[in-house]
Design a protein around this ligand. Structure first.
Ligand code: ADP
Ligand code: ADP
Ligand code: MG
Length: 472
């Protein structure tokens, strides 16, 4: 087993990896930018190294990170999600330096990082894909021909896209032209690759994804599915496991499809196959994420499998020690993304100093967070502050427990998604399991809430009012 792992990430996922390593008796080395010097994960790692320049570049500097790993005698690197997690060149650099990359092979990363290639592979193994262009759409004319044949609306996507970026829904030739021109420019700037393709826009689908574990002997299992339909701007906000609508038969069939795709990509380590499930029960592959995902926590809660530790075992060359039939899904888990953003203002990011922090607890409540009182939320990174993951025996219990936990959650000084998420837990359609990816667009009532006022705030406000009244 590894003796020291360099964690090439920051924030909550760095902390998550450090926790897994501690339980396995593996030492950890963190990297941090100046703006993360006060991060909890920096303090909790056995060693920590400042990387620069600036707030972001150090986390993306593959050469510098591999050099550091060699210098400090780390035997493996865990990339987390985002940053270098899906970078085939980084995985190759690690390999060449004799350091294990905790993830799939560079070959799999190359294949799966390209949505067009991943679609091709799915077609080859007979997994349904959303009707779309055969390969990239190289011109606006080609795009228009496709859209007229398949019918609007269609979605313009970047082959190299991710994180909800580079997606556009269009409803006419004119919109398509504009979207393709702007999309190519944006994709080139954001992903270094301007290639686009088109898909039929599936109306009112569920986003259903399967968590896979695959060892280096080619043994692949799935840990069931997650429903990540509650999204804003094609980005997940709430994730649920298992799905409320999948029948055991459909679960088995989609799980098999996911496994066959992973096999075809010669995939190992942990990854996720994402599908859309339409209102008629037809499913379509959309992409594979060959890395740990933010929402892996809900799967851990219903399966009792530590996915990050599994990643480490697999990377060390150990075979999986349990089979598909030993995976049992127990109860329901819900993850809420506590983001530093303001739902009432288009989910605009918020940064600044946290003036009060008290996380919820009690039975079935898990927090993966990076915040404490007086922590300053830096403006440079994605807005995730904490993940609240709640487990219950039934859906109803999980929803009530999540609601209670959100009400207990105190996080002041920055705008957060907490009051918005609280409203969702009270909303009848959500509680009844009636939702799909259009849920937030269809529920404008969720945006009308007052920031929760804590009793002590009330006292301060009252004494200020009294003081003003008395002219003090
Ligand atoms: P997904 O939405 O696929 O489940 P996650 O929510 O797990 O992904 O994403 C983890 C983080 O990685 C997010 O901050 C997301 O913005 C970022 N990310 C994912 N893919 C990419 C990419 N191709 N380029 C840049 N950032 C990405
Ligand atoms: P990313 O790489 O950014 O995660 P995905 O291809 O996984 O992009 O899509 C993100 C989300 O966008 C999906 O979860 C879904 O809500 C929506 N989406 C993607 N493709 C389609 C489609 N063809 N039709 C309808 N919605 C889609
Ligand atoms: Mg996706």
């Amino acid at each position: 087993m590894f003796r020291k792992i360099l964690v090439a990430n920051r924030g909550e996922i760095a902390m998550r990896i450090i926790r897994a390593c501690r339980e396995l008796g593996i030492a950890t080395a963190a990297i941090y930018a100046e703006s993360d010097a006060t991060g909890i994960y920096v303090k909790k790692a056995n060693e920590a190294y400042l990387v620069g320049p600036g707030p972001v570049k150090g986390y993306l500097d593959a050469q510098q990170i591999v050099r550091l790993a060699k210098r400090i005698h780390a035997d493996a690197i865990h990339p987390g999600y985002g940053f270098l997690a899906e970078n085939a060149q980084f995985a190759t650099l690690c390999e060449e330096a004799g350091i294990t990359f905790i993830g799939p092979s560079p070959h799999s990363l190359e294949l799966l990082g390209d949505k067009v290639k991943a679609r091709e592979l799915a077609k080859q193994v007979g997994v349904p894909v959303v009707p779309g262009t055969d390969g990239p759409a190289s011109s606006v004319e080609e795009g228009i021909t496709f859209a007229q044949r398949i019918g609007y609306p269609v979605m313009v996507k970047a082959s190299a896209g991710g994180g909800g970026r580079g997606l556009r829904v269009v409803r006419s030739d004119d919109e398509l032209k504009e979207a393709m021109e702007a999309g190519a420019r944006e994709a080139l700037a954001a992903f270094g690759n301007g290639e686009l393709f088109l898909e039929k826009y599936v109306e009112r689908p569920h986003h259903i994804e399967f968590q896979l574990l695959a060892d280096k002997n080619g043994y692949v299992i799935h840990l069931g599915e997650r429903d990540c339909s509650i999204q804003r701007r094609h980005q997940k906000l709430i994730e649920i496991a298992p799905s409320l609508i999948l029948t055991p038969r459909l679960r088995a069939e989609m799980g098999e499809a996911a496994i066959s795709l992973a096999r075809a990509a010669q995939f190992y380590n942990a990854g996720t196959i994402e599908f859309l499930l339409d209102p008629d029960g037809r499913y379509y592959f959309i992409e594979m994420n060959p890395r740990i995902q933010v929402e892996h926590t809900v799967t851990e809660q219903i399966t009792a499998v530590d996915i990050v530790q599994s990643q480490i075992w697999i990377a060390a060359g150990r075979p999986l020690v349990f089979g598909q039939h030993e995976v049992n899904l127990q109860g329901y888990a819900i993850q809420c993304r506590i983001n530093a953003e303001d739902p009432q203002n288009g989910f605009r990011p918020s940064s600044g100093k946290v003036t009060a922090y008290l996380s919820p607890g009690g039975v079935g409540v898990r927090i993966d967070g990076l915040v404490y009182k007086d922590y300053t939320v830096p403006p440079y990174y994605d807005a995730l502050l904490a993940k609240l993951t709640v487990h219950g025996r039934t859906w109803d219990e999980a929803v009530r427990r999540t609601h209670r936990s959100l009400e207990e959650f105190v996080l002041r000084g920055v705008k957060t998604t907490i009051p918005f998420l609280t409203k969702i837990m009270e909303e009848p359609d959500f509680r009844a399991g009636r939702f799909d990816t259009s849920y937030l667009e269809g529920h404008s009532d969720l945006y009308t809430y007052e920031e929760m006022v804590e009793p002590e705030d009330l006292v301060v406000a009252l004494s200020a009012a009294i003081a003003a009244y008395e002219g003090l």
